[in-house]
Design a protein around this ligand. Sequence first.
Ligand SMILES: Cc1ncc(COP(=O)(O)O)c(C=O)c1O
Length: 381
Amino acid sequence: MLKNIYTDRFILSSLTKRKEEGRYRELVVSGSGVDFFSNDYLGLARSSTLFERSHQLVKQYSGNFNGATGSRLLSGNSELFEQTEINIAKFHKAESALIFNSGYDANLGFFSTVPQKGDLIFYDEYIHASIRDGIRLSLADAYSFVHNSISSLQTKIQSVSLIKKDFKRIFIVVESIYSMDGDQAPLSALAEFCKEHNYLLITDEAHALGIYGNEGEGLVQSLGIESLFFARIYTYGKALGVHGASICGSTYLKEYLINFCRTFIYSTALSPHAIASIQCAYQQMITSNEERLILKNNAQYYASLLNDTSNIDSPIKSLILSGNKNVKHLANQLQGLGYEVRPILSPTVPENKERLRICLHSYNTQEEIKKLIQHIQEYIV
Ligand SMILES: Cc1ncc(COP(=O)(O)O)c(C=O)c1O
């Protein structure tokens, strides 16, 4: 192995500290155990039909182009991009959709670009890291409120607006389904609250797309409240089984992002193949009614085995075992028994909220779920 001659004390001591605290992260190649860890809720990432259809579509549109060759504002735009965005906007009942290279890029770009100096952002304390990072890059002032609590949000807005009297706009940010707990934001009540006060509401539908709604359109549309959102973020690396993301909102918002959003402007666009797979994944997701039903049944079955009455329909289940060591140990045991589970450690989640995040899928059998829970119960008792 080539030995690097540079040793940086800060890097070394940070790594040592991480290890001592039991927070050290490392890459592991996924095994072939039962999948209770991926976000491939409907099995689209492993669908050979989707693979073949995307291949056909990309050949039809792009000939032999492997890459986009540049940012969309330079050489990277195409008919395929334009048509896919038209389809996405139509499906999500939005004026427009703009595709980003990932959900991380979409959130980083949106929150660092749209809220301005003099604006206020209020975000749920459990909001995803990509939104937090975008907010950190923004010149707006930002405050968290207690998870899923509209009264906490109200109190925060009241107290902040006493100090920042001349604020311009207020943005409220939530996730439809929280990625670590699988619970839902009170979207209808929030939407009414924001409408009443003229606040701009934004939700990240990453874990709702494909799962909620008759055609998998997400939680917002399943509640019929899409017109009350300033913007919605959809990511394609989860139930859609592919890669990328889009921001749905007004035509002006799209124009604004194309003009000012740095993660959109200064990055090579997604490849034609990635765009074709987004388009084909939407088509397949819409018709995956059977998979959606099995997924819901699996989620309910899991909840019934544990007498768990919270978030019954959610495919994201979390088993909180306080302490990085404890949760790592249980994950290792289960991996040894042939289950692909991963521990979620602090600082990804708050201290004492370390957990096993169990993701259910349409392709998990009830027998697999039952056995997993039996092993967990044997370990915990
Ligand atoms: C709520 C939420 N938003 C955004 C992202 C980022 O999406 P992507 O994986 O496409 O970058 C994730 C992924 O972990 C997520 O859970």
